[in-house]
Design a protein around this ligand. Structure first.
Ligand code: NAD
Length: 329
């Protein structure tokens, strides 16, 4: 992917899970990479995520809600991978205003900064499958009705559509990827704020039972982080992607109880148990979900390469080796 050689790239949320993996890949492709991250402790940013390439990247610890900082940082950049976000669905319900400020308002001011200071930039926005809500049909394609079930879904939708609007009205090239559950080294495992898979990894490595809500039959699809990064690079490199949204996803669909069984069997010990759905989680649960990702397959030649078992093995091995950097007892 020669597009990124010697290019200037800004990644918001660059110390987070997916942003740091993307940064590593871009550096290997010869890009000059700047990371923006607020390192708010309840979010996914972690300096250890860039430990292996810390000297090859510029790091700016600042908040995307600061329009002056963002205007400065966006100048001269060829690409913006816009990943900074409040990711917890539960936190978006208890503190909806912060979710609105980061996932919607700040996105609008980032786009305004691009319009004024750097209209030639190309943007890839990290959106989410959460905006579909409870599926009417499976697999869910991009034409599925949009019906978010939580505040986070509504604000991420606004963030996504601001990007499309600025593409359509101002010609600021932008596209969005609707990510499904993404996992791998670097994700937040301290608690369930980013993904339930994170806390499952921690509990297994601590020898504690992982808790599966309800009957455990809920279906999900998962992407290993390298596959997600590849999709972002393909979207960044393609002008055909401008103004479009693409689902990511996997054809390896699994029930959560079967996923728990798979993870228990990976060689790090542990058990799982079924527990009743906590009511506050049930209220925003989307039931079964898996994606139709044929559009990105067709238009950008993307498909996931890393199987679930292989990805989970790599993930567990990573946290087994580095757990002290991700949680304290
Ligand atoms: N991981 C998934 O399964 C998944 C699924 C759907 C969508 N996404 C989206 O992908 C993006 C990246 O997610 P991730 O999984 O890497 O999560 P993450 O929490 O690891 O990364 C997000 C990063 O953004 C930073 N951030 C948050 N608010 C900020 C602010 N105001 N200013 C500057 N930095 C801020 C955080 O510190 C964190 O490092 C998010 O926008 C998320 O909504 C992720």
């Amino acid at each position: 992917m020669n597009n990124f050689l010697n290019s200037n790239v800004l990644i918001t949320g660059g110390l987070g899970f997916i942003g740091s993996s993307l940064a590593r890949r871009l550096i290997n492709l010869g890009a000059h990479v700047t990371l923006v991250d607020s390192l708010i402790p309840t979010y996914g940013g972690n300096l250890f995520n860039i430990e292996d390439f810390r000297d090859k990247v510029a790091v700016n610890v600042c908040d995307v809600r600061d329009p002056f900082a963002m205007t400065y940082l966006l100048q001269g950049k060829d690409y913006l991978f816009n990943l900074a976000g409040q990711t917890s669905h539960m936190d978006s319900m208890t503190d909806p205003q912060t979710d609105l400020d980061i996932n919607a308002s700040a996105q609008l001011s980032i786009l305004e900064a691009c319009r004024k200071a750097n209209p030639n930039i190309k943007i890839v926005f990290a959106s989410t499958r959460q905006i579909y809500g409870k599926p009417d049909y499976l697999p869910v394609d991009e034409k599925h009705p949009i019906r978010p079930v939580d505040v986070n879904g509504i604000n991420k939708l606004a963030g996504e559509w601001y990007h499309l609007l600025y593409n359509n009205v101002y010609g600021i090239r932008a596209c969005a990827l609707r990510l499904t559950n993404t996992y791998g080294p670097g994700m937040r495992v301290k608690d369930a704020r980013q993904t339930f898979l994170g806390i499952w990894v921690r509990l297994l490595l601590e020898g504690k039972p992982i808790k599966v809500f309800g009957d455990g039959l809920q279906l999900r699809d998962f992407n290993y982080v390298d596959d997600c990064v590849e999709a972002m690079l393909l979207a960044g490199a393609s002008n055909g992607a401008n103004g479009k949204v693409f689902n990511l996803g996997s054809s390896e669909v699994v029930g959560l109880k079967d996923l728990a069984k798979l993870m228990v069997g990976l060689g790090h010990g542990g058990t799982y148990e079924l527990i009743p759905f906590p009511p506050e989680r049930k209220a925003i649960d989307i039931g079964d979900y898996f994606s139709d990702f044929s559009l990105i397959e067709k238009e950008l030649s993307w498909s996931p390469k890393v199987g679930l078992r292989e990805g989970l093995l790599k993930t567990m091995a990573y946290y087994n080796d580095h757990k002290e950097h991700y949680w304290q007892d």
